[in-house]
Design a protein around this ligand. Structure first.
Ligand code: KG4
Ligand code: ZN
Length: 344
């Protein structure tokens, strides 16, 4: 089964061809980083317009690099949620039109499900259930994953996503864009204990596995005046290292609590922040956890994970209706606590 995947949920315009949910024949990612850099963040209107300009060329390149023509494609999949609606609509409409024209099946794919599928592209020995941890610029969640389409969300951020906090702190300190990688690089030369940021104390009852990043983000930003004084330990490297350490501690304290409470020791990571080397190193120190991370290029947004996530659905005979629409909202997965149920 050969699937053409298309991803345009945020600022990466991507197309990939994947065989049997595993073998990546091509994985083209055209990044809009330069277009958004002057604004220190993704500008939705610019993102959707760039996708419109690029989508035809990107899909063409994805096919060319796979060595296949349309004849070799069994189905076409595209991200349908969650994301920036204007951006999603470009890839989704393109995929539907292509599928319609070619008379091929079409599948609308959930971006969160796809991020957590990424590790399956590279590993054969991952068995369910496991804990899935998605840490990206838009989302931070910990889920008990019973099957490729069966998620029980145990905890989420109650405010900012982890990657968003990296991006905002980098913006205020003018550390570089995108913020995650910029902070990681500076942190390598900094002292992670130079600053002590308090951590959220949410860990009771229904919030047991939730995280929060707005407090840390603001605490870091509030040091800015001192930073410009160029005094003592208030260097960019030390802020970056201390922020990064706290951000990772906040996440891992909840992940490890979920491991202890569920008895599930396999933890799958996905999303842009999963590329973070400090996070990877910190997880590796916990010998009770078998952590699986995607390769760096499969952590951030890409279309191979979309084509991959489409595969188990397609094999089961699932395809999507052409009426499927783009949605900014996170899907109504099963939630650990009923109160947190989000409706589309
Ligand atoms: O998964 P992704 O490409 O897009 C979303 O679905 O959001 O994640 C992008 C996020 C950004 O916030 C970026 O700063 C962060 O991932 N990121 C990182 C690293 N690489 C990307 N954060 C920390 N360390 C990194 N090495
Ligand atoms: Zn993403």
């Amino acid at each position: 089964m050969t699937i053409l995947g298309i991803e345009t949920s945020c600022d990466e315009c991507a197309a990939a061809v994947v065989v049997d949910g595993k073998k990546i024949l091509s994985n083209v990612v055209a990044t809009q980083i330069e277009a958004h850099r002057p604004f220190y963040g993704v500008v939705p209107e610019i993102a959707s317009r760039k996708h419109l300009e690029w989508i035809t060329g990107v899909v063409k390149q994805g096919l060319e690099e796979s060595g296949l023509g349309f004849d070799g494609i069994d189905a076409i999949a595209a991200t349908m949620r969650p994301g920036l609606v204007g951006s999603l609509l470009v890839g989704l409409s393109f995929a539907k039109a292509l599928a319609w024209t070619l008379g091929k099946p079409f599948l609308g794919i959930d971006h969160i499900e796809a991020h957590l599928y990424a590790v399956h592209l590279e590993n054969d020995n991952i068995t369910y259930p496991y804990l899935g941890v998605l840490v990206s610029g838009g989302h931070t969640l910990i889920a008990r994953v019973a099957n490729f389409d069966d998620f029980e969300v145990m905890g989420t951020t109650i405010d900012d996503a982890c990657g968003e906090a990296f991006d905002k702190v980098a913006k205020f300190y003018d550390l570089g864009y995108p913020g995650g990688i910029a902070i990681q690089k500076l942190a390598e030369k900094g002292n992670p204990t130079a600053f002590r940021f308090t951590k959220p104390s949410l860990h009771k009852g229904e919030h047991k596995y939730d995280v929060s990043y707005s407090g840390l983000k603001n605490a870091a930003i509030n040091q800015l005046d001192l930073f410009w004084d160029k005094k003592s330990s208030k260097t960019a490297e030390n802020i970056a290292a201390s922020f990064q350490r706290t951000a990772v501690d906040i996440l891992l304290s909840r992940v490890f609590a979920a491991v202890r409470d569920t008895g599930i020791s396999t933890v799958i990571f996905g999303g842009g922040v999963a590329a973070n080397t400090y996070l990877r190193g910190s997880v590796a120190q916990n010998h009770d956890v078998r952590a699986v991370f995607p390769s760096l290029s499969l952590c951030t947004d890409n279309a191979a994970m979309i084509a991959g996530a489409a595969y188990p659905r397609f094999v089961r005979g699932q395809t999507s209706d052409m009426q499927v629409n783009a949605s900014a909202r996170v899907h109504a997965f099963r939630w650990h606590k009923p109160k947190k149920l989000h409706k589309e």
